[in-house]
Write a protein that binds this ligand. Structure first.
Ligand SMILES: C[S@@+](CC[C@H](N)C(=O)[O-])C[C@H]1O[C@@H](n2cnc3c(N)ncnc32)[C@H](O)[C@@H]1O
Length: 355
């Protein structure tokens, strides 16, 4: 059961689950992320998504919408590895580098690091150490950007946008499969909205299970529903029925047994000739009538800038930025009907079913 509005929680429960239904409506900044319990009711979420721009996907053509933008500023770490190894980095190794690099940012005490970086920058300036000044400025820029994107705007996890995308599905106690799950955030958000089922997270990088998911804050409250009241409810990672599989998606032996197959930031890492295979992964494990839910980063000026400034953190793999029409056409062409498509803060989102 979710953490309900109890008059007296014991101290242990209070520390473990710091937010209850009494906190619904609140938002708060922690040093690493935003707690977001505002907008509990579905109608309030409508403004966090721009939905259903395309009326008939069969009329859309590539020559009209163009192909996605390819991000080509690769991380320094990627270039160094390649030079030292004298070979290309394999896709799996690229993901291992990415996950370690990206994870560091989720666990930062951002205000503290901003203060520290500013302080040492002033010292380097006073001593005319130009090379350190340059590095310090670049670190300060990245930290300020991350502070804005992840903490202030909550653009990475974007719980209100994700809830707007996930709402209104015909699901009861669903089995949810998350492909390329990393820390598993979106499957936990889905599970909070449609509780009582099972979540299976799959990622072939073991670090994702041990560290990205393993250290995902147990005190992070997910706003979802409370089946015993029919109203909103607050859920925590530990209260969900989650299994983490470390394996290549291509090795999964599941049949068509999931109500939802989900991926977040996966499709854009496949060049066009490999997209049919990646899209097929979303069909293969779905029950008849189940939903494939995918999101990909949007092609917008601020996202292009983000991947430029954060290149050393993010860019270890092939990566595209696309718009919702391009994303939808890939899915439509590969045999999916698009039930709902929309734009949230930094991602496109689609709910689809095999045709
Ligand atoms: C871009 S990440 C997902 C975005 C995620 N929300 C994040 O914050 O990083 C894609 C994930 O898919 C995993 N992945 C890619 N190809 C895979 C495959 N064939 N089998 C299993 N996992 C895979 C990678 O290890 C990576 O963790």
């Amino acid at each position: 059961m979710p953490v309900s509005l109890e008059p007296s929680l014991d101290r242990e429960t209070e520390t473990k689950f710091p937010y209850t239904e009494a906190d619904i409506g609140r938002t708060e900044l922690t040093p690493s992320y935003r707690v977001e319990l505002r907008n509990p009711h579905p109608a309030e979420l409508d403004r966090f998504i721009e939905v259903d721009q395309v009326k008939d996907w069969s009329l859309l053509q590539w020559k009209e919408i163009g192909k996605p933008y390819q991000v080509d500023d690769m991380a320094k770490g990627w270039k160094r590895w390649k030079a030292e190894a004298g070979q290309e980095m394999s896709v799996k190794t690229s993901w291992e580098h990415f996950n370690r690099s990206f994870h560091e940012w989720f666990v930062k005490d951002v205000p503290h690091e901003l203060r520290e970086t500013k302080h040492s920058l002033k010292q380097h300036l006073a001593r005319f150490r130009w090379s350190e000044v340059k590095t310090g400025l670049s670190d300060y820029l990245k930290l300020s950007l991350w502070n804005y994107v992840q903490r202030v705007e909550d653009g990475v996890w974007d719980p209100r946008g994700k809830r707007a995308l996930f709402q209104g599905l015909d699901l009861e106690k669903p089995r949810i499969l998350f492909l390329g799950a990393a820390e598993g955030y979106e499957a936990m958000q889905l599970s909070a909205m449609y509780p009582g089922g099972e979540v299976v997270l799959v990622d072939y990088d073991a670090f994702c299970k041990t560290d990205r998911y393993g250290s995902f804050p147990e005190t992070y409250p997910f706003l979802g529903s409370n089946p015993s009241t029919g109203g909103p409810g607050v859920w925590y990672k530990e209260q969900m029925n989650i299994h983490y599989i470390v394996d290549d998606i291509r090795n999964l032996s599941f049949g068509q047994e999931f109500d939802v197959v989900l991926s977040v930031g996966l499709l854009e890492h496949f060049p066009d000739k490999h997209k049919p295979e990646a899209i097929d992964w979303h069909r293969r494990f779905l029950k008849p009538g189940g939903y494939a839910i995918l999101t990909t980063p949007r092609d917008q000026l601020k996202s292009r800038l983000y991947y430029k400034i954060m290149a050393d953190v993010m860019n270890y793999t092939y990566r595209e930025l696309m718009n919702i029409r391009q994303m939808g056409l890939y899915l439509y062409e590969n045999g999916f009907d698009i039930l709902r498509h929309g734009i949230i803060k930094v991602h496109n989102g689609i709910v689809a079913q095999p045709r």
